[in-house]
Design a protein around this ligand. Sequence first.
Ligand code: S3P
Length: 171
Amino acid sequence: MSDRVILVGFMGSGKSTVGALLAERLGWDFVDFDERIEREQGRSIREIFRDEGEPFFRSLEAELTERVKDRREIVLAPGGGWITQPDLVERLRGGSRMIWLRVSPDVAYRRCGERPGQTRPLLATDAPLETIRAMLAARRRLYEQADAWVDTDARTPREVADEIERLLREE
Ligand code: S3P
C-alpha cells in the first residue's frame, strides 16, 4: 500500500473533508494546502489573490509542495488548481497514490455555496456555474492522470473515504 495519498479534484469535490476523514482513519498526517497557506500567510485565499495575484498564490503552492515532498504516511489535499502546474505533480507523484475526486459542475456549484466568489476568487464572475463548467472542461485531462477516480456526486464524505480506503488496501 502506498504511504502517501494525493487527493485532486475540482473546487467542491470534497478534498478537505474527505482528506481529514481518511487521514484520521489511517492514522496519518493531513495537509490541506489552502488551509496551511492561509495559516502561514495570516490571510485568506481571497485576500492573497486580491493583494498579490494568482501567480503569487501558485508560487506558494509550489513552495509547499517542495516542503511536503519527502513526507510519508500523509494525505495531501492541494487546491483544485494545483494540477495545472505539471512540474509540481511530477515532484510529488513518485510513491504516491493520486486519487481524483470527481464532481459534476452542478454539484460543485451547490457545494461552493451561495456566493462562491467569496471563498473561491476564480469563481467571482457574473456566471459562476458557467465558469465552473469551462474550468472543469479545461482541466479534465489533467485530473484524468490520477491513478484512480472516485465519484462524489451522490456520496457522503464518509462513503468517499470508505472507497478510497478500500482502494488503498486492495493495492
Ligand atoms: C483553486 C481552488 C481552490 C483554491 C484557489 C484556486 C483553483 O481550492 O486553491 O481558490 O484554481 O481551482 P479548493 O479546490 O480547495 O477550493
